[in-house]
Design a protein around this ligand. Structure first.
Ligand SMILES: Cc1cc2nc3c(=O)[nH]c(=O)nc-3n(C[C@H](O)[C@H](O)[C@H](O)COP(=O)(O)O)c2cc1C
Length: 196
């Protein structure tokens, strides 16, 4: 199957470090791999309303929710390109993930079955030099992938504060060259891997 990568840009500024790093990694994808790039800031989702136990969610047919849902369903690979904000994903990215909870409960979508076996990736810029502080973000993405039965390719981390700083992080640029070529195993919750 031809792979179709969906890059969801989660920064609150355009052209920032996360996007720069994601584009460096994407440059290495083979030419026959489709790439679609969507800025979540430029395509804001409505506030998430939890209707899960009040009745069925309805499939969005217009606006950014429909655009992002259709793009998500069409992707074989979803790349959450989110800066580290307060040690986790950005609000734009979190809101997109919250909408997964609606899409999981939308009749006729088969959201979980469609995403199962597909791959979730992360690309993240952060100002802190000790990358261990990004562990909560990595856990969020890993566990979300595990919940959906997806594969998880890990998170490409790069250092930077001001826009363009990440281009000075030679180690991150080197990791970007092979990031999408790596194996993406089926995601497992930590308690599953601990028991294995
Ligand atoms: C709201 C906000 C929260 C942030 N929280 C963190 C943080 O928890 N840890 C960190 O290392 N950097 C943090 N930063 C710094 C950004 O991760 C850093 O500037 C990064 O390069 C921004 O990525 P961007 O250029 O793609 O927007 C934060 C920045 C903002 C605006």
């Amino acid at each position: 199957m031809t792979r179709r990568f969906l890059f969801l840009l989660g920064s609150s500024r355009s052209g920032g470090n996360t996007e720069l790093l994601a584009r460096r990694a994407a440059e290495q994808l083979p030419a026959d791999v489709e790439q679609r790039w969507i800025s979540l800031a430029e395509h804001p989702l409505p506030d998430f309303v939890d209707l899960r136990h009040d009745g069925d969610h309805v499939r969005p047919t217009e606006g950014n929710a429909a655009l992002l849902l259709d793009a998500t369903l069409a992707a074989t690979d979803i790349v959450l390109a989110t800066p580290l904000y307060w040690y986790s994903v950005s609000a734009h990215t979190k809101r997109y993930l919250d909408h997964w909870s609606a899409w999981l409960r939308t009749p006729g979508l088969d959201f979980k079955a469609t995403l199962a076996g597909r791959t979730l990736w992360g690309v993240t810029a952060l100002a802190h030099t000790e990358t261990v502080v990004a562990d909560p973000l990595i856990g969020t993405l890993n566990n979300s992938a595990a919940y959906l039965g997806m594969r998880f390719g890990g998170v490409l981390l790069g250092n930077g504060s001001g826009p363009g700083d990440v281009l000075n992080d030679e180690a991150a640029l080197a990791r970007a060259k092979t990031f999408f070529a790596r194996e993406a195993p089926l995601a497992r919750f930590p308690y599953e891997t601990a028991a294995a």
